[in-house]
Design a protein around this ligand. Structure first.
Ligand code: 5RP
Length: 216
């Protein structure tokens, strides 16, 4: 398969996974919207369904795209739960562990996923992996940044703007032997706002498109 063919297959898979997830959204639902190129296919699929929903976005990028499509978005504010949240992923392991944050939105994405009755992950087949590996996205406080990075171990800083919440975006690039242990270790580092390891307990459904097949 040529590079162009592989790229267009990936795009078709992203769209298929996104369209499958859109069918789970019903009138009247409060919906958390993730961030990324797969979610970019979800938004028009939701708009096309014509369902009356209230949405909260996990990034300015998603917010802008959702509004342009006429989806009713609002601030997280007083909303304390979602009926459903739908988002992409960078890695999906067989035991359900995820890596998210390729688009640097993992902190907000985790807050939204945790507030959702049903957190649905949508992905093309390239995202399924045998085991979780680095890089693991990080959001760090700028206060004490060098000390925080020293405590974490091998990290690289991304050349991207601060997060909407003022966090520095970095990646942990050391070994990941056990995602649960690594998630616990990272969460215990003062100055680390959040990391991109998402535990299986957070995830209700994983929808992966592989060629013409949809795997749940
Ligand atoms: C953004 C994310 C994305 O969901 C993840 O990076 C997947 O992105 P894409 O759908 O573009 O492959 O976690 O922070």
């Amino acid at each position: 398969m040529s590079d162009d063919d592989a790229r267009s297959l990936t795009e078709r898979e992203k769209q298929a996974a996104a369209r499958a997830a859109a069918t789970l959204v019903q009138d009247g639902m409060l919906v958390g919207l993730g961030t990324g190129s797969t979610v970019a296919y979800l938004l028009p699929a939701l708009a096309e369904r014509g369902v009356r929903i209230r949405c909260v976005s996990t990034s300015p990028r998603t917010e802008e795209a959702a509004r342009a499509l006429g989806l009713a978005t609002e601030a997280f504010g007083d909303i304390d739960r979602f009926d459903i949240a739908i988002d992409g992923a960078d890695q999906i392991a067989p035991d359900g562990w995820l890596v998210k944050g390729g688009g640097a939105a993992h902190t907000r994405e985790k807050v939204v996923a945790a507030a959702a009755d049903r957190f649905v992950v949508i992905a093309d087949s390239s995202k399924t992996v045998e085991r979780i590996t680095a890089p693991i996205p990080l959001e760090l406080l700028s206060f004490g940044l060098a000390a925080t990075r020293r405590r974490i171990g091998a990290t690289t800083l991304r050349d991207v703007p601060l997060s909407p919440d003022g966090g520095v975006i970095a990646d942990y690039v050391g070994d990941v032997v056990d995602p649960a242990a690594e998630a616990a270790r990272l969460s215990a580092v003062p100055g680390l706002v959040d990391h991109g390891l998402f535990p299986p307990a957070l995830v209700a459904d994983i929808i992966v498109a592989r060629g013409a097949e949809i795997e749940h």
